[in-house]
Design a protein around this ligand. Structure first.
Ligand code: NDP
Length: 333
């Protein structure tokens, strides 16, 4: 993908390198000659399974750091003295945030401010990317969410992301930091844990195809989302920090698909009729959910030269293919 990438900085520090985006971003940066450092809350306890799946487990320097603990944040940043910091760590499940609201909110706002303060305190020129989210917008009923769309989050997760977004904007304006937020819409991959609905559907359909299960139970099938492919989205993060000024960007495919159509496509890849196997249960509904969530990535296309490479139904095809290979003992992340 062509784009306005500048001469590459040398050292990157990825908070949350063990997660989906952290692993793909680490691979992306290593491929571009970066020295990559990454954090986990406990380096000794984390298996860094996603780095292993991508074949880069031994190529990143790994540190322990807890985002809500300023001492640990400032120590790792002082030790690494990175040119770029990516904050991808934190409780990332919208559903779980209703059960762990304080942890989710404190982690998002406190962790982000700790990194911003550490950059200030150490007087570094470090560029900072913060993982914000489409969840800040809530429903995008009238038109796709863009950089001017007002926020109306509908979960503790979204409230935390919105607060962190404004902290980043404030530190940029008040102290001149090169700090940006990416308002990323849902992006998927085989590295997503099973609790996310996309993986739940893919694994559920595979189980039914293999006669290990008969039904799959889901919440609301009418919700609609803008689903992209995670490796494309980490490229956008990198481009934001390579841009000549710090700005916030919406990263999305621009296409809206219902969960029902996602389910239908996954099941048809396995030769199954989803109507015979999928049931819904109101107990799985969230206290407040987003019915429609779609983004307008026009600014990223114009200024960063970024565009989603894989869209639906390609996302479905790649997820199903990866799941089948995983079940046959091959990895395809
Ligand atoms: P993951 O959940 O895969 O990874 C996040 C990492 O953060 C984990 O590997 C874990 O690392 C650490 N973590 C988990 N729980 C906590 C916690 N309670 N406190 C501190 N750290 C924690 O997330 P993704 O890679 O999918 O997402 C990266 C970032 O982007 C997150 O901030 C997410 O909210 C955001 N985002 C993701 C989107 C998506 O579609 N994937 C969309 C928009 C935003 P360890 O256990 O090693 O400490």
């Amino acid at each position: 993908m062509a784009g306005p990438l500048r001469e590459t900085p040398r050292i990157a520090l990825v908070f949350g390198i063990s997660g989906q985006d952290g692993a793909y971003l680490a691979r992306h940066l290593l491929e571009r000659g970066y020295s990559v450092h990454g954090t986990s809350r406990d380096r000794e306890m984390s298996g860094f399974g996603n780095l292993a799946r991508l074949g880069i487990r031994g190529r990143a320097s790994l540190h322990s750091a807890v985002l809500t603990d300023f001492r640990s944040v400032v120590e790792v940043i002082a030790r690494v003295r990175p040119d770029e910091i990516y904050n991808l760590a934190g409780q990332s499940s919208v559903g779980l945030s209703f059960d762990q609201p304080v942890e989710t909110l404190n982690g998002s706002i406190g962790g982000t401010i700790n990194i911003l303060e550490a950059i200030r305190f150490l007087k570094l020129d470090t560029r900072f990317y913060n993982a914000s989210s489409s969840e800040c917008f809530g429903n995008t009923d009238d038109r796709p969410g863009d950089e001017a769309t007002p926020f109306h989050p509908r979960s503790p997760y979204g409230v935390g992301k919105a607060a962190a977004f404004w902290a980043v904007a404030n530190y940029r304006e008040a102290y001149g930091l090169f700090a940006c937020s990416g308002l990323l819409f849902n992006h998927e991959s085989p590295l997503r844990p099973a609790r996310y609905v996309t993986q739940k559907v893919v694994r559920g359909a595979a189980d039914i195809a293999e006669r290990k299960a008969e039904t799959l139970t889901l919440g609301a099938l009418a919700i609609a989302r803008d689903w992209g492919w995670a490796p494309d989205y980490v490229d956008a993060m990198h481009r934001m920090l390579a841009f000549d000024r710090p700005e916030d960007f919406v990263i999305a495919t621009g296409e809206l698909h219902t969960l029902e159509s996602f389910v239908e496509q996954v099941f048809s890849q396995f030769g199954l009729d989803w109507r015979r196997h999928v049931e819904t249960d109101a107990a799985l509904l969230r206290p407040s959910d987003i019915s429609r969530s779609v983004g307008n990535p026009d600014k990223a296309r114009r200024l960063l030269g970024w565009e989603a490479g894989t869209r639906m139904p390609g996302v479905v095809a790649r997820l199903v293919e990866a799941e089948m290979r995983r079940r046959h003992g091959e990895d395809a992340a």
